[in-house]
Design a protein around this ligand. Structure first.
Ligand code: SF4
Ligand code: SF4
Length: 339
């Protein structure tokens, strides 16, 4: 374990940024967002960022390849970003777990080499949650906000910032920062106890996921409750864009007049044209689209991934949905004991 005075955090950030690109939550208006560090920037005190840390591995818009068309000849031009090593500092436990979920999607067979490239360049430093909020329910998914994963785990513990390396990459980074001192174990134990005292009182800590699995797939799919749950959904897609585990995207070509740029951008299963095909769409109403989002996270994903849910309980969709619909309401309505 290493430690440094919290008051020396600016020097620590400078030292890390001198080695590699550094991204951290920085306050931008009313919300914090992961931002590339520039001298003088301060770590936001916000519990979580408006958009999640997945942006660093799966950006909202990304160029894939360019084409030049001359007559009948097509030249393929590799335009991918070769990438650089970077440090992702201040990732919360829920967002860090979302990387495991995204890895299952993008690093499965066949691998998404764009995503893999960014993942391989990153050193992730998580930050334990000092004050989890009432919208947080990560513990329901077995996540401990007092002991997040990552290459390095950090805790703000009284006057100390304590750091523990969890991987070789993390050890190498901490060893390269001479301003760190040894110690901090006792401060971390106290900080973890304080965090657990809060999580034990959170209103959503007992959310019951019983029955959300592949064995109950048709029962959940055919529930009459979807009609009432989806009735007011605007199909705005906000819930999908703030979600750290949502991974739908579209691929499009843009003709610049000189060449074709093929790019991908986030899409949403909440949108009416997401499943549009030559014959039309197979999810013609918002009921089917709404059901898909929650069936995927709560039933299909765990059925195909050893019981791992496609939600990490970050609470962003609880805060952002304009009609106050969210995954918690779905779980409570369709869950054990409900029809
Ligand atoms: S579904 Fe909601 S609570 Fe779950 S990970 Fe996505 S945004 Fe967070
Ligand atoms: S559930 Fe809410 S945030 Fe998601 S698409 Fe519907 S209205 Fe928008």
């Amino acid at each position: 374990m290493k430690k440094i005075a919290v008051s020396a955090l600016p020097q620590l950030l400078e030292a890390m940024a001198a080695q590699q690109a550094l991204y951290l939550p920085v306050q931008q208006g009313r919300s914090a967002q992961f931002t590339r560090y520039e001298s003088g920037m301060e770590l936001s005190e916000a519990l979580n960022t408006g958009r999640s840390a997945k942006d660093l591995f799966f950006p909202q818009v990304e160029n894939l390849v360019d084409f030049k068309v001359t007559g009948k000849a097509i030249e393929v031009i590799e335009s991918r970003d070769v990438g650089e090593d970077f440090i992702l500092f201040g990732v919360r436990a829920c967002d860090c777990r979302s990387f495991d979920i995204l890895d299952r999607v993008f690093l499965g067979d066949p691998k998404d080499t764009y995503y893999e490239n960014r993942r391989s360049h990153a050193t992730v430093i998580t930050l334990a949650c000092g004050a989890p909020e009432e919208t947080c329910f990560c513990t329901v998914f077995g996540i401990d906000p007092a002991d997040p994963a990552g290459d390095v785990t950090a805790w703000k513990a009284g006057q100390w910032l304590c750091l523990r390396a969890n991987t070789k990459k993390g050890e190498k980074l901490l060893a390269s920062l001479p301003m760190l001192q040894n110690g901090g174990e006792d401060a971390v134990v106290a900080a973890q106890a304080a965090i657990h005292a809060i999580t034990e009182k959170l209103p959503l800590k007992d959310l019951n996921l019983t029955g959300f699995d592949g064995d109950h797939l048709m029962e959940k799919f055919n529930s009459p409750q979807w009609a009432q749950l989806s009735e007011s959904c605007l199909g705005c897609g906000s819930c999908t864009f703030v979600c750290p585990t949502c991974q739908c995207y579209d691929i499009k070509d843009f003709n610049t007049g000189h060449e074709i740029k093929r790019f991908r951008c986030w899409d949403s299963c909440m949108y009416s044209d997401f499943t549009m095909m030559a014959h039309g769409t197979n999810r013609p109403t918002q009921l089917e689209r709404f059901r898909q989002r929650f069936m995927h996270k709560l039933v299909y994903f765990p059925a195909n991934n050893e019981g791992i849910y496609g939600c990490v309980g970050c609470g962003r969709c609880l805060q952002k949905c304009p009609i106050s619909m969210n995954i918690v309401k779905v779980i409570k309505t369709l869950g054990e004991g409900a029809q």
